[in-house]
Design a binder for this molecule. Structure first.
Ligand SMILES: NC(=O)c1ccc[n+]([C@@H]2O[C@H](COP(=O)([O-])OP(=O)(O)OC[C@H]3O[C@@H](n4cnc5c(N)ncnc54)[C@H](OP(=O)(O)O)[C@@H]3O)[C@@H](O)[C@H]2O)c1
Length: 364
């Protein structure tokens, strides 16, 4: 066997996804060495207030210590080998070369300038973070044009939505329409109301089950689905801004300024609308879905009626599902379906993005 190839990683974000990612790196070391002759070397870890940097690579014991500290709500800066920092650009400046992979698993807009520096250094970049890709075109477009970048997990987590869109577009085959349920939370809610549960009760239950964000308005506003729709559209080369995406929020705009408890108490006011929508859909043999729809250069996000006997119509529960209608996938669409969130599958998707980049950097 050859000496093997060392791949230096700068890991930004050690939350749920970041920790699972680090765990998988350590646990699968021998697999990656045997199968690909690749050894990952963590040269830097960063959270929102601190970092741990080691040009020779953190040891597996140090990585484990960092995972445990972060899982208990600690800070990297409190580790014996950590230090305080609040500017991840400085870490990229310190460590990034053209062999390095900068992995953004934060949920922050603040990594943008670090990513810009990584592009200047010709480093590889892998994003689970949607925010850099949904920034205004003036800043975000360079990322879409940067060949050494992967961001598969930003839409549908590990489902290969981005890869599929790129492959379909690559042949020149025309893509007529993409329809996707891209929020497990909203999928759960639509199934529940279809089963006759009042919308307000379904939201409370979803919150109890941990399906919603701590503030369910994050889900109900459709903002996160809109970001995914925009990323998919930009992947197809559509130069759209966030404001161009038409988003239907599931609650009235003025609730944005209300305290959360008032919003939760008032949800009941929305129940009748949902009962009426479900009835109207049923009368047309259709199902109610919260969908991102890409067609004719436009992105619309909101409630749609879809045929009951379509893949989206048959979808139940929290899974994501994307239908691609193209020149050759018509009338039956190409369909991707499955878990569209979850820290472990997302982290595995990030790992696959990294391997693909370093093993096959010429792939588009
Ligand atoms: N969870 C999923 O199922 C899923 C699926 C697909 C994509 N994603 C995306 O993956 C990313 C990570 O998700 P997550 O669930 O792991 O989030 P999370 O638990 O909130 O973790 C975010 C991490 O980013 C760190 N961070 C925040 N601002 C930072 C900054 N300016 N510089 C450096 N680090 C910073 C946080 O630091 P502290 O620890 O100091 O707060 C934390 O460690 C998000 O963008 C999310 O949208 C998640």
């Amino acid at each position: 066997m050859s000496e093997g190839r060392e791949v230096p990683l700068i890991v930004l974000g050690v939350g749920g996804v970041g920790r699972s990612f680090l765990e998988q790196i350590v646990r699968r070391r021998s697999y990656h060495e045997k199968r690909y002759d690749v050894r990952f070397k963590i040269v830097a870890l960063a959270d929102s207030t601190g970092a741990a940097v080691s040009p020779a690579g953190l040891t597996d014991e140090e990585i484990q210590q960092a995972i445990e500290a972060k899982a208990q709500g600690g800070r990297l800066s409190d580790l014996p080998f950590g230090y305080y920092q609040n500017d991840v650009r400085s870490i990229v400046d310190l460590e990034a070369t053209q062999d390095t992979v900068v992995v953004d698993m934060t949920a922050s807009t603040e990594t943008m300038s670090a990513l810009q520096l990584a592009m200047e250094r010709r480093s590889y970049i892998v994003l689970a973070n949607k925010l850099p890709l949904t920034a205004p075109i003036s800043r975000a477009w360079a990322l879409y044009e940067y060949p050494r970048l992967r961001y598969e997990t930003t839409v549908g987590a590990a489902l290969p939505v981005i890869t599929t869109a790129k492959r379909l577009a690559a042949s020149g085959e025309s893509i007529q329409r993409i329809m996707g349920v891209l929020s497990g939370t909203l999928g759960y809610l639509m199934t529940a109301v279809e089963d006759g549960v009042a919308f307000s009760k379904a939201v409370l239950k979803a919150k109890e089950l941990g399906y919603t964000e701590p503030d369910p308005r994050e889900d109900l506003s459709g903002r996160d689905v809109a970001r995914k729709g925009l990323i998919l559209a930009r992947t197809l080369g559509w130069r759209l801004e966030m404001e161009d995406v038409q988003v239907q929020s599931l609650y009235p705009e003025e609730w944005d300024t209300w305290p959360l408890e008032d919003v939760m108490a008032e949800l009941i006011a929305l129940d009748d609308d949902f009962f009426a929508w479900v009835d109207a859909a049923r009368a047309r043999h259709e199902a109610l879905r919260y969908v991102a729809k890409l067609e004719d250069g436009r992105v619309e996000v909101g409630i749609q009626f879809v045929p009951l006997d379509s893949p989206l119509g048959r979808l139940r529960g929290t899974d994501n599902l994307v239908e691609f209608y193209t020149e050759y996938y018509d009338p039956q669409p190409l369909v991707l379906a499955g878990r569209g969130a979850g820290v472990h599958s997302t982290a595995a998707g990030v790992l696959s993005d990294i391997l693909e980049l370093v093993l096959y950097p010429w792939l588009p």
